[in-house]
Design a protein around this ligand. Structure first.
Ligand SMILES: Nc1ncnc2c1ncn2[C@@H]1O[C@H](COP(=O)(O)OP(=O)(O)OP(=O)(O)O)[C@@H](O)[C@H]1O
Length: 229
């Protein structure tokens, strides 16, 4: 991991501290057991099957597979929005689920720091503390010098990194990221990929659906749906 990252101390919960203790089962986890899914009413044309994996905090899982293999569907199953046709999904200690969308959405005239402070303020922090935590995350995502720029002035890669920083600020237990570099050119995508590790700074379980081999390589773990046909 990059050594220039900053973990906002207050975003790490007591449960996360327990996660790091040796010989303990992580308090927060998602356990998929024998999961399979199909949209075919006959049940014959399975997208994936027998997927068994435990997702843990502070890991960033790349979810890969050809187009149409079921990556977005599996994200939705992990989030609890779609029931799997087969198997079970247990979400333990995952009360807050956050979905980071492909296209960055922000408020044009609001500053970058405002976008990242707001989730802290929404959770009851005063503006000073919220901005201090937001600055830590902006630093982790390489956005310090843009903190007071309006969202409309950010490039595509900067806006996408801001969305990731805001996702971490949301204090989610489970963060699902769909194709974070899909709309970006190679150089811009690289600036996003090199900061992906910062996604798990708040102690979330992070799953990133991607086609991009560089995004895959920037994650800590790999779930390739091609292995679960
Ligand atoms: N609600 C639905 N009803 C019927 N079929 C669906 C539904 N949602 C997705 N599908 C189909 O399921 C398959 C998997 O879709 P999904 O979007 O999960 O794949 P993906 O791997 O994320 O694809 P891509 O990489 O192109 O985004 C596709 O063939 C899609 O058309």
């Amino acid at each position: 991991m990059n050594t220039d990252t900053v973990i906002p101390a207050d975003t790490v919960t007591a449960a996360d501290t327990a996660d790091t203790a040796a010989d303990t089962v992580p308090a927060k986890r998602v356990v998929l057991t024998d999961v399979g899914h199909t949209f075919d009413p006959t049940g014959e044309d399975m997208l994936f099957r027998h997927l068994t994996v435990t997702l843990l905090p502070r890991h960033v899982y790349a979810l890969t597979g050809p187009s149409g293999s079921g990556k977005s569907t599996l994200l939705s199953i992990i989030a609890g929005w779609t029931a799997p046709a087969q198997g079970t999904v247990e979400r333990i200690g995952c009360d807050r689920v956050n979905w980071v969308l492909q296209n960055p959405h922000g408020v044009a005239r609001r500053s970058a720091i405002d976008h990242v402070s707001l989730p802290f303020i929404a959770r009851g922090e005063n503006r000073h503390d919220a901005e201090s935590h937001a600055l830590g995350l902006l630093y982790a995502f390489g956005l310090t010098r843009l903190a007071f720029k309006p969202f409309s002035d950010l490039s595509g890669g900067e806006a996408q990194r801001l969305m990731l920083a805001r996702g971490v600020a949301s204090g989610a237990d489970l963060m699902l990221v769909d194709e974070p570099t899909a709309q970006l050119d190679l150089t811009t995508a690289a600036t996003v990929n090199e900061r992906l590790h910062a996604l798990s700074l708040g102690g979330a379980i992070v799953v990133v659906a991607t086609h991009d081999p560089r995004t895959r390589d920037a994650c800590t773990d790999l779930i390739d749906l091609g292995d679960w046909q």
